[in-house]
Design a protein. Structure first.
Length: 205
């Protein structure tokens, strides 16, 4: 029999999952305690007692998005050898999310950056933390590629990481906002071109 603690955890997971789906579809600003309660058939007080304020719900959504992103993109890529194989796996998985048909995979970080670029507060801080940790992970993977001799020793790491991030953001906009077709292929082609220019002369293609 499910204990009270287990039921509470299950309910909290359902609340965050529902809120994440709402945020993926309408942005973090679309979240409200009342709407989440309505979708789950709960009272507003029942939702509030588990997540607290609307801001705390937004923070919980960002943390859950980050956890799922890590599981979908970075953890599988860690099975690849350090250096270029791992970096390539990260980027290809990331690009696939940008062009997928599942709206639940919309990037909270990219969309949230535009929602909260001119605001201050805990939500912006949490988004910023996630984006900076993502950048740090990309930077670390690029540096490992250089150390392994897969990428050029004189590669401008900061510029390369910037272009990786910019490629993803532009691809997601064209795929989701402009609803262009064939964007995954375009994204992969752009990535392969970036890699070709960054590859060490001693690293086989």
């Amino acid at each position: 029999m499910e204990t009270r603690s287990e039921r509470a955890e299950t309910t909290l997971a359902a609340i965050v999952d529902t809120a994440l789906a709402m945020a993926a579809d309408g942005g973090l600003d679309s979240l409200s305690i009342g709407e989440v309660a309505k979708r789950l058939g709960l009272s507003k007080s029942g939702v509030f007692s588990r997540v607290g304020s609307r801001e705390q719900l937004q923070l919980a959504v960002i943390l859950e998005y980050d956890r799922r992103f890590q599981q979908a993109v970075f953890l599988p890529a860690m099975r690849e050898p350090r250096g270029l194989p791992r970096l390539d796996a990260i980027m290809r998985r990331w690009l696939a999310r940008a062009t997928g048909t599942d709206r639940a995979l919309s990037c909270i970080y990219t969309a949230g950056a535009f929602e909260y670029d001119d605001r201050e507060g805990a939500v912006r801080d949490q988004l910023l933390d996630g984006v900076m940790r993502l950048r740090a992970a990309l930077r670390r993977s690029v540096l490992q590629g250089i150390e392994a001799g897969h990428l050029r020793a004189d590669l401008d790491v900061e510029q390369f990481v910037f272009e990786m991030d910019a490629l993803y953001a532009g691809l997601m906009r064209d795929a989701r906002f402009l609803r262009e077709t064939g964007m995954h292929e375009r994204g992969v082609k752009a990535w392969e071109r970036m890699l070709a220019s960054a590859r060490s002369p001693t690293c086989p293609a």
